[in-house]
Design a protein around this ligand. Structure first.
Ligand code: AGP
Length: 607
């Protein structure tokens, strides 16, 4: 998720563009740049790093720009590490573009352009769009845009400058947000209203497949067949902070609602002909066949994603998986050998303990695969292989969408490993992949009605401590549910294997003690039901998170939170959403600082 902005008008635009980018930095902040129509030339100034350290510094070293038309971009890298050359705007002397999104077929388009004589400078998917526009441009920008859009697949919002049209900006989108702002004798494009709220509150929403042609006198909207469209002018009522959160009260709630799209962004590029492809990191079936053990290492929610992974991998691939907390792994002299694979999971890619665990594994000569969200981060650079989770920036300290996509990766890995080791057939693998691709819709179902989670939270708000219980995958998931609640609501909470309760912890249960039972595994349901009865009979207030078709015994359930049904194996990917939302609403009801909980940091870079 990057931020793009554009301006065409009468005022010098460099500072207007930079100010817009500052407002969009929550969307991505690893590099930034602007391109302007300066004295009949396309002038680009861009740099790696945050706007203050990179772009602003470079601009201060330049002669003042007088241009009144330009585009700008702040980046969240997906293809190509953060660097000056990979930052946007990208283009040549004739065309310059800024892009938010992912061009899924960029490799194929790149091959075609190379065969047409084009050379590439960056590692980005975006550059193929700039080159394709140049390839099709024969004096008619709209024609070039139409032909280019017909060739590219994926999600995108693109702002375009053509040198030959010094006061025009062209813009097109598919799935990624893009608005056109209307000012007095000036026009804007932006990823969202935050970028231009200081300048105007009037804007148009660009829909998928529509092309906008802007100049200071106004905008013309056309569909893909060049038919002119009339569009409604809207007025923004939000303040900047609300706009950054997309109208959600907190980044955590916004990021939970981003989970269906983040899931698609993470999974779809890794599906080829219905099977899992890890081509991008070089992990081959030959390698997967030779590994003796798989180790999964991480901290906090990342380790919890690995724990779900252990259950799924062992169930499908029938090989031993060791999950470790990184701060333990790095000092316990693990029984690791060069024939093992170590998967390290990290949203930030900078967590000190996970980094050290990776170093240790590299030192022993084991293969290392990093599942990371931040492109170009230390862990991504040090691992032998890396897969990016493409969840976009996660601002809230409390990890939600990053955990979701990390867990989705565990399923992709399990399917690929099981097929490579002949433990499942291609047909079984395709059906599992099919089920996985259906998960975003089920997450969407959970997000449609928030009242059940708000109601459950109202029952937990005064708790001093509570228990999460589950069996199998539900136990692995309850760990994450418990952490979410603890870290943002400050209620003491423990997750416990439901069958283990009677060996001690059940002594904590007294009248009204809240117990959240995660019961999505049909094969273990009877067992979990009997554990629910155990705590209920000792006075617990029982909330059960279970599929809509699961029949619960009313007398032992105080509150049932239902989720869409599906196969046991994939339930954690759906059932985590109610657990995240129950934690969120409990923290909100306790008036906690949900996005910046006390004592925590988004990335723990110290030991
Ligand atoms: C989760 O909500 C926490 N923010 C924390 O446990 C986090 O998962 C842990 O610090 C690991 O961070 P990483 O994924 O960036 O390595």
């Amino acid at each position: 998720m990057c931020g793009i902005v554009g301006y065409t008008g009468r005022r010098a635009c460099a500072e207007i563009l930079v100010e817009g980018l500052r407002k969009l930095e929550y969307r991505g902040y690893d590099s930034a740049g602007i391109a302007v129509q300066e004295r009949q030339k396309l002038k680009t100034v861009k740099a790696k790093g945050k706007i203050r350290e990179g772009l602003e510094k470079k601009l201060s070293e330049e002669a003042p720009l007088t241009a009144v038309c330009g585009i700008g971009h702040t980046r969240w890298a997906t293809h190509g590490e953060p660097s000056d050359i990979n930052s946007h705007p990208i283009g040549n002397g004739r065309v310059s573009i800024v892009h938010n999104g992912i061009i899924e077929n960029y490799r194929k388009v790149k091959e075609f352009l190379i065969s047409a004589g084009y050379a590439f400078e960056s590692e980005t998917d975006t550059e193929v769009v700039a080159k394709l526009l140049d390839y099709y441009y024969e004096g008619d920008p709209l024609e070039a845009v139409r032909k280019t859009v017909a060739e590219i697949d994926g999600a995108y919002a693109i702002g375009i400058l053509f040198r030959d049209f010094p006061d025009k900006i062209y813009a097109v989108r598919k799935e990624c947000p893009l608005i056109v702002g209307k000012g007095d004798g000036e026009m804007f494009i932006a990823s969202d209203i935050t970028a231009i709220l200081k300048e105007t509150r009037e804007y148009y929403l660009l829909e998928d497949g529509e092309i906008a042609e802007l100049d200071q006198s106004g905008v013309i909207f056309r569909d893909i067949h060049s038919a002119v469209l009339q569009k409604e002018l809207l007025t923004a009522t939000w303040d900047v902070e609300a706009a950054e959160k997309g109208g959600y009260a907190h980044f955590m709630l916004k990021e939970i609602h981003e989970e269906p799209q983040a899931f698609k962004n993470a999974v779809s590029p890794r599906i080829r002909d219905g099977l899992v492809s890890f081509e991008e990191c070089g992990l081959t079936d030959e390698m997967l066949k030779k590994y003796k053990h798989v180790y999964i290492v991480g901290c906090g929610s990342a380790m919890h994603a690995g724990t779900v992974g252990k259950y799924v991998i062992e169930a499908l691939a029938r090989m031993p998986v060791v999950v470790d907390i990184a701060s333990e792994f790095r000092y316990r002299d693990p029984l690791l050998s060069p024939e093992d694979l170590v998967i390290v999971i990290s949203q930030s890619g900078e967590t000190a303990d996970t980094k050290a665990a990776l170093k240790l594994a590299n030192g022993i000569g084991a293969d290392t695969l990093a599942i990371v969200n931040v492109v170009g981060s230390s862990i991504a650079r040090e691992a032998k292989m890396v897969m990016y989770t493409m969840a976009g920036p996660e601002i809230s300290v409390c990890s939600t969408k990053a955990y979701m996509v990390q867990t989705a990766f565990m399923y992709l890995f399990a399917f690929k490993l099981a097929l490579a080791r002949g433990m499942i057939s291609e047909e079984e693998c395709r059906s599992l992949v099919g089920e996985l691709c259906a998960v975003p819709e089920k997450i969407g179902e959970c997000l449609k009605k928030l009242e059940p989670y708000q109601y459950a939270a109202s029952k937990l708000v005064n708790a001093e401590s509570l228990l999460y219980i589950g069996r199998g995958l539900d136990y692995a998931l309850s760990m994450e549910g418990s952490l979410k609640l603890k870290e943002i609501s400050y209620i003491h909470s423990e997750s416990y294997a439901a069958g283990e309760l009677k060996h001690g912890t059940i002594s904590l249960i007294e009248q009204g003690t809240p117990v959240i039972a995660v019961a999505t595994q049909t094969k273990l349901f009877e067992k979990t039901q009997s554990n629910i009865k155990e705590v209920k009979s000792r006075g617990a207030f029982v909330v059960v998170v279970c599929p809509e078709d699961m029949s619960l015994e009313q007398e032992s359930t105080d509150l049932a939170v239902r989720i869409p049904s599906g196969s046991d194996l994939l339930m954690p990917l759906v059932a985590v959403v109610p657990l995240q939302l129950i934690a969120y609403y409990t923290a909100v009801l306790r008036d906690c600082d949900v996005d910046k909980p006390r004592n925590l940091a988004k990335s723990v870079t110290v030991e």
